[in-house]
Design a protein around this ligand. Structure first.
Ligand code: CIR
Length: 259
């Protein structure tokens, strides 16, 4: 199963968090609230049964709390990415040494490839990789070749023209039990092979970035119609306030690497 995990890696937001990259127009994040939301997120992961490794903040890297972009774990192996944004390339060093404790051999995306983990959506039996303004074709192809060694198939999805979707997973998630949550803008370009799809209403599209961890589905709070759709399908939904991360274009999945 693609959502059975025992561990997660996360990183405390630094005091420079508000200086990270963003295209959102929701104002500057409040640091105290950002930290409180991070604590609640970690507590929820632990409650779901995960052993959480927390890395120290690094004020020189404002986006470094978005650890998901720096590594991909699949098929029991890990690959360190090469983030597409220049200001984020330095984030991988700490992640490489942290993951090195759990994986014998770490692979890496090499130049000229770039890849952000937020563009990688694993489902049961297939991984979807977004070609975005952060992940280029070389990065996606390197990832696909690495996944193929483990017998995992990849489908590429070009999202470069979708201005509201930074990373593939900003607009889609695999909720488990054969169910995807997909932003309307993405739906027609995904080969989902007849899987069940929930499309959030336009004003609840941010909720498409949800995370299944074992028996629980984490959903950003404030999306009641999407929550009801998920609960109707017997999902155990836990909501988390993500308001400050949303201001920096981040979502629920970005704050951890689960394995
Ligand atoms: C960035 O623009 O890179 C960060 N401010 C947000 C990254 C969000 N990560 C993700 O969706 N996986």
């Amino acid at each position: 199963m693609s959502y059975r995990f025992t561990r997660a890696l996360a990183r405390t937001p630094g005091t420079t968090f508000a200086r990270g990259l963003t295209s959102a127009a929701f104002g500057a994040p409040d640091l105290e609230k950002t930290l409180a939301q991070h604590r609640a997120y970690l507590a929820a992961l632990k409650e779901a049964g995960l052993d959480v490794t927390l890395l120290d903040a690094d004020d020189a890297l404002p986006d470094s709390t978005f650890v998901e972009d720096t590594a991909v774990v699949a098929g029991g192996r890990a690959i360190v990415t090469r983030p597409g944004a220049e200001s984020r390339k330095g984030e991988t060093a700490a992640i490489r040494s942290a993951l090195g404790k759990y994986f014998d051999a770490l692979a890496a995306i090499e130049a000229p490839g770039t890849l952000d983990g937020g563009d990688v959506c694993e489902s049961d039996g297939r991984v979807y990789v977004g070609i975005s303004h952060r992940t280029n074709r070389s990065g996606a192809e390197q990832l696909a070749a690495w996944l193929k060694q483990a017998g995992i198939h990849t489908a590429f999805v070009d999202i470069r023209d979708l201005v509201t979707i930074l990373h593939l997973k900003s607009g889609m998630s695999y909720a488990g039990d054969g169910i995807f949550v997909v932003d309307e803008a993405l739906r027609s370009r995904l080969p989902l092979n007849g899987a069940e799809v929930i499309v959030p209403a336009a004003d609840e599209a941010y909720g498409a970035n949800c995370v299944r961890v074992n028996d629980v589905l984490f959903l950003a709070s404030g999306y009641p119609r999407l929550q009801a759709e998920l609960e109707k399908r017997s999902m155990r939904v836990v909501t988390l306030d993500m308001s400050e991360y949303r201001k920096m274009d981040g979502g629920l999945s970005c704050l951890s690497i689960r394995f």
